[in-house]
Design a protein around this ligand. Structure first.
Ligand code: ADP
Ligand code: ZN
Length: 730
């Protein structure tokens, strides 16, 4: 999109501009520029809005909706968002059907980033020499003589004196003040710092990516290889090329937990840590990173999905690691898929994007096999490591007592592993002790009062918890319905329960639980993972959090407690997700010299997903899945959009759903399903109804939705959320 440069105006003909505010408004508002100033698109301004000033961004021409006399004047803030970021924001707004101001808000998360810098004072050697020159004072002056400006605390620390000594020297003019920038600058990663010698596959892939970076044009590649095949080492070469080209790089990771390890790994390769961007940063750190990105000082940024909206002035490369991860989907507010939007941003920035994964999403797999994306394959694990052997344990036939979850074959394998002094991991994607608590007397189920979801027992903390809204209560001693004492029964296993069984069978083994849990918390999880790393424990029992990115050299056995979990969700991606998760868990075993064994407990050993896992035949799974999706006209062979209505008044929500369905215009190649109650009809106290739009690939779903939704007025208290390309169906 091109925007004509705006001409300066005068008092009679004020220079009108359209200013986008980070608010849910349909478009930019009209303002006037200060006399004689021309403000290009992207210029940050303070704009009067009611009684206050709002941060805003010059978006383009005004639409002329406000009379000249009523125009209010903006005040430029001396900073500017790159024009391509503005184009990206417009694109995301159109695609996701959000007001552009809401998308802009994602890019302006750090309001303080545009405040003027508050310089710190630094001191160097001044003109005077004090009469009384104690050894402490002499040390300070000696250090200050090198010409480098230091703050008072820095000088005091280096000279090992109290700050009072330094201040005395300042008063005596023996030290002179100069202004230091508010933040220390980011170190520039060194492309030649330290790198491994790539093997042939890696070299070929790296050369292709480096050529793309040097060409400075859009391209999309799938970097495809099993865990440990060197995907990271390979894309680091592309990062090095971007550094040599003086361009910035954005590396997206699905989770903060992975960022921490990644930073060290990066520092090994490039000599310093990259800038990081995620929700755990303090406001001050955010301000520092945001400004450094905007000025082009931060050369490489590693971050979670929101980093996609940072103001890079010269982006030369985007990497999306673990591109298949569901965590890339933002499910609140502006709903977007960071992987898909990364491809869009790369196209707008005219730079390469690299999607890396051992188990790509079917969408990406299809794009790669059809030639739309370049397919770079890394065939083998680097070095001696071989893929583990995978065996299915048919739970229908395996011997086990009722109420136990670790089958005899798995117990046997654990025994062997412990005897060999190696490590094992048991995996169950379910937090807590038991997913359902019910009364043995009357059958009453313990359900959340805000959500139509079971309360999950956390026995260690003696609480029942809702994993959706966070509601919790002490586990009652009697059934709340029939009041019978001691009648509540825990049904099914969570990780805590598997751990309990494990401890009773292997009382001498050292074990820890790792679960992403409000009750256990990230620190406890990190501690468990560290203990596993340092060989302080023999067995780690965990949820999907243990499936990702960790490298345990002594781990040779992985047991999957319930592989059937998740395949019965009835959504189009359930099979793919199960496959990816199991493949990833399996990839934890035998990463170093020792071969690994994976035992997968299932009741459906004949299912296609299970067979593909057992045969370690990844592409067989993808080919099955492709046919299945093609027949169902499911993505990527058709398009989906979900509409979710929610509100406190259930009747109003259901009425609105029916009215919405009735108002749907007829359209070719497109069907509207619903309304139906959502999977969780009640969530956080709000009733939820869903409609699903299913369309052929060629249909402009956004245009259809825009026309449809414009014709319907929502009653107060009923909220409509549009989810384009939904990945979860709750
Ligand atoms: P992936 O990202 O595919 O999981 P990594 O890039 O993390 O794989 O590589 C796995 C391990 O193997 C890392 O410790 C990495 O440093 C090492 N490695 C990969 N390729 C090479 C190589 N060519 N030479 C030496 N070590 C390598
Ligand atoms: Zn709840």
């Amino acid at each position: 999109m091109k925007h004509a440069p705006l001409k300066p105006g005068s008092d009679d003909h004020p220079q009108r501009i359209g200013v986008l505010l980070p608010l849910p408004l349909p478009g930019p508002y009209d303002y006037r520029a200060p006399e004689g100033e021309s403000l290009p698109r992207g210029t940050l301004v303070a704009a009067p809005l009611g009684p206050r000033l709002s941060l805003g961004v010059v978006w383009g021409e005004s639409d002329g909706s406000v009379a000249d006399k009523k125009l209010k004047e903006v005040e430029p803030l001396g900073a500017r968002l790159p024009e391509r970021l503005c184009d990206f924001i417009d694109w995301v707004a159109r695609y996701t059907l959000n007001p552009p101001g809401m998308v802009l808000a994602l890019a302006l998360r750090v309001r303080s980033a545009f405040d003027p810098e508050s310089p710190r004072l630094g001191y160097t050697r001044g003109t005077e020499t004090p009469k009384r020159l104690t050894p402490a004072r002499a040390r300070v002056l000696d250090i200050a003589s090198d010409g480098l400006a230091r703050s008072v605390p820095a000088l005091a620390e280096e000279a090992n004196v109290t700050p009072a000594v330094v201040r005395g020297l300042i008063e005596a003019n023996a030290l002179a003040a100069t202004a230091l920038p508010e933040f220390a600058p980011f170190a520039c990663p060194d492309p030649a710092h330290d790198h491994v010698t790539l093997n042939a596959d890696q070299q070929k892939a790296a050369a292709a990516l480096c050529a793309d970076v040097a060409a400075g044009a859009f391209s999309a590649s799938l970097l495809d290889g099993v865990t440990g095949s060197g995907k990271t080492e390979t894309y680091f070469e592309a990062v090095a090329e971007a550094l040599r080209q003086d361009r910035q790089t954005l590396i997206l990771l699905p989770e903060i937990a992975l960022t921490v390890q990644f930073l060290d790994r990066f520092a090994q390769r490039f000599g310093c840590r990259p800038a990081e961007w995620h929700s755990d940063l303090s406001q001050k750190e955010r301000r520092r990173v945001y400004r450094a990105v905007m000025k082009g000082e931060a050369r490489v940024v590693v971050g979670a999905r929101s980093a996609l909206f940072l103001p890079f002035p010269s982006l030369g490369l985007i990497i999306v690691d673990e591109e298949h991860e569901q965590a890339y989907k933002q499910e609140d507010g502006v709903i977007y898929h960071a992987r898909d939007m990364a491809v869009v941003r790369a196209r707008i920035e005219e730079c390469p994007v690299v999607l890396a994964s051992a188990t790509p999403s079917l969408e990406t797999y299809v794009n790669a096999s059809s030639g739309r994306y370049r397919w770079l394959k890394l065939a083998a694990r680097h070095g001696a490591a071989v893929l583990p052997e995978i065996r299915l344990v048919d739970l229908r036939h395996a011997k086990s007592e009722p109420g136990t979850w670790i089958s005899e074959p798995l117990r046997e394998a654990i025994r062997n592993t412990l005897d060999a002094n190696e490590q094992a991991m048991l995996f169950l994607n379910r937090r807590g002790y038991a997913p359902l608590t019910l009364c043995g007397g009357c059958g009453h189920k313990m359900i959340c009062r805000n959500c139509s979801a079971w309360l999950v027992e956390h026995r260690y903390h003696r609480r029942l918890v809702c994993h959706h809204c966070g509601f919790e209560m002490p586990t009652p001693s009697a059934c709340p319905e029939c009041h019978e004492q001691g009648s509540l029964i825990a049904c099914g296993p969570g990780v805590e329960r598997v751990a309990e069984e494990f401890a009773s069978v292997f009382p001498n083994a050292r074990m820890a639980i790792a679960s992403s849990d409000t009750l256990h918390g990230p620190q406890e999880t990190q501690a468990a993972i560290r203990a596993m790393m340092k060989r302080e424990i023999d067995v780690l029992i965990g949820t999907q959090i243990v499936a990702k990115g960790h490298h345990f050299p002594q781990l040779t056995l992985v047991g999957v407690i319930d592989a059937d979990l998740g395949s019965s969700d009835g959504d189009v991606r359930a099979r793919e997700r199960t496959f990816q998760l199991l493949h990833q868990v399996a990839g934890r075993a035998g990463r170093a010299e020792k071969p690994g064994l994976v035992l997968v407990q299932t009741r459906n050993p004949d299912d296609g997903v299970m067979k593909a896992i057992a045969a370690t035949d990844r592409n067989a799974f993808y080919e099955q899945e492709r046919i299945y999706r093609e027949r169902a006209h499911a993505p990527p062979f058709g398009r989906l959009a979900a509409l979710i209505l929610s509100g406190a008044d259930g009747e109003a929500v259901r009425d609105t759903g029916r009215a919405l369905a009735k108002a749907a215009p007829a359209a070719r190649g497109l069907k509207v399903w619903g309304p139906t109650p959502a999977f969780y009809q009640l969530l956080r106290g709000r009733t939820r109804e869903r409609l699903l739009v299913q369309a052929e690939k060629s249909v402009d779903v956004q245009a259809f939705l825009r026309a449809w939704l414009a014709a319907v007025k929502l009653p107060n208290g009923v909220r409509l959320t549009v989810d384009i390309d939904p990945v979860s169906f709750f």
